[in-house]
Ligand binder design. Sequence first.
Ligand SMILES: [Zn+2]
Length: 77
Amino acid sequence: MNDSDWRLSGQEKYLKGIAFELKTWCSYKSGWDHDHCEFCYDKISSLDDCIHEAYASADNKYWICKKCYEDFRELLL
Ligand SMILES: [Zn+2]
């Protein structure tokens, strides 16, 4: 992990302490078809060209792709 990683913009301030679990993305409110990784902004969705499985907070408010989760999980503790 590197402090100057382009993906970091202070997310740990609001993500710290939140428990994330690996989930398959699904539409959890009407009209909602995707989320973005909190770090790299990759699209997480059930659509074909998107990431389907990612780490999410219990309320599905925040999503983090697997790669970023592996890279930044220490920041979230
Ligand atoms: Zn990511």
